[in-house]
Design a protein around this ligand. Structure first.
Ligand code: SER
Length: 323
């Protein structure tokens, strides 16, 4: 009889990892999901292992001891932070992935999830409805590592029959945790600032349009792709996925529908240059065709959910801020 799934998540303390861990625990049972991170356990009830993904011996020991069948490999340094120390980011992002792929192959894991990013696209990429098959021309060390990672996932699938699945995340927006080290982080920070201070200084220009996605859609997207039959995954690199796209001034206007006195100012920094190389919108028709991708949140629905949830967090006794 096939043994039950036992899932290891790397980078589980991160923005997506925190939420993915909780939803995987709810789905597979707390004992069948092992959260791991280089930082000691912070937020989890349930199973936790401290793992540095660069320590392949420790990674493999946990996989063997815990009889892991799938790895969700989220540990990575994002675009803005990576530019501060490119070699460190490259080492962690690439060798961390190699270790996961090698352990996955040696231990014959059933599936591996690797998140890629819109950062694989760059200056030569058409910005509107960027196509799945456009060549990759990343400008950040993060984007370079994700592009190379996509090629390696494809390589392990084709040469070692390892079932690695990947998609290109846009900016992810959720209330559960802050984002960290990315160029799209403003779209999370703005909600916290709106509720706590009624004003936000944005590090991107008002008209910088970027692809984004609400956290619930991001989790659904991972599930839909990972649950799809093996044969349905016709593309062995990373799938383009789209959901919403907006500019800082558009999201500010949406927040103002709920908090009329909210104000935004603009003070672009080095992240502007990164954002300027990324797509405005994404053509995700292959993900729709292969495994039925379909997002549920638009800008209005996401904004009202974010404000509702963060109001509960910052104003637990009711009394929501109306500015
Ligand atoms: N959210 C990421 C970043 O900004 C993009 O994948 O780096």
């Amino acid at each position: 009889m096939r043994s039950p799934e036992k899932i290891l998540i790397t980078g589980a303390n991160g923005q997506i990892g925190t939420v993915l861990t909780q939803t995987l625990q709810a789905r597979y049972g707390q004992d069948n999901v092992i959260a791991s991170d280089i930082r000691a356990e912070e937020t989890f009830s349930g199973q936790f292992e401290r793992i540095d993904v660069l320590d392949v011996k420790r990674l493999e020991k946990v996989v063997v001891d815990r009889q892991i069948t799938q790895i969700y490999h989220l540990a990575a340094i994002l675009s803005a932070k990576g530019e501060k120390d490119p070699q460190w980011a490259w080492n962690l992002n690439m060798n961390g992935l190699f270790n996961v792929l090698d352990v996955g192959f040696r231990q014959q894991l059933r599936k591996i999830f690797f998140p890629s990013s819109i950062a694989v696209f760059g200056n030569f990429t058409p910005k509107i409805n960027t196509s799945q098959s456009h060549f990759l021309d990343p400008n950040t060390v993060y984007g370079i590592s994700k592009a190379a990672g996509e090629y390696w996932c494809n390589y392990y699938r084709n040469n070692y029959d390892l079932d690695v699945r990947s998609l290109r995340f846009p900016g992810i927006i959720g209330y559960q945790t802050l984002a960290g080290g990315g160029t799209t982080d403003y779209a999370v920070d703005i909600f916290h600032a709106a509720i706590q201070h009624g004003t936000y200084e944005c590090f991107l220009k008002s008209d910088t349009r970027l692809p984004m996605m609400y956290m619930d859609d991001a989790i659904k997207c991972v599930y839909d792709m990972m649950d799809a039959p093996y044969e349905a995954i016709t593309f062995h690199g990373a799938y383009n996925i789209g959901a919403i796209n907006f500019t800082p001034s558009e999201i500010a206007a949406e927040i103002q529908k709920h908090l009329p006195n909210f104000t935004i100012t603009y003070e672009p920094d080095f992240r502007q240059q990164i954002a300027d190389t990324w797509p405005n919108s994404i053509d995700d028709s292959l993900a729709k065709k292969d495994w039925g991708w379909s997002p549920e949140y638009d800008l209005a629905k996401m904004t009202s959910e974010m404000l509702k949830q963060l109001n509960k967090k910052y104003n637990p006794k009711g009394n929501p801020r109306q500015s």
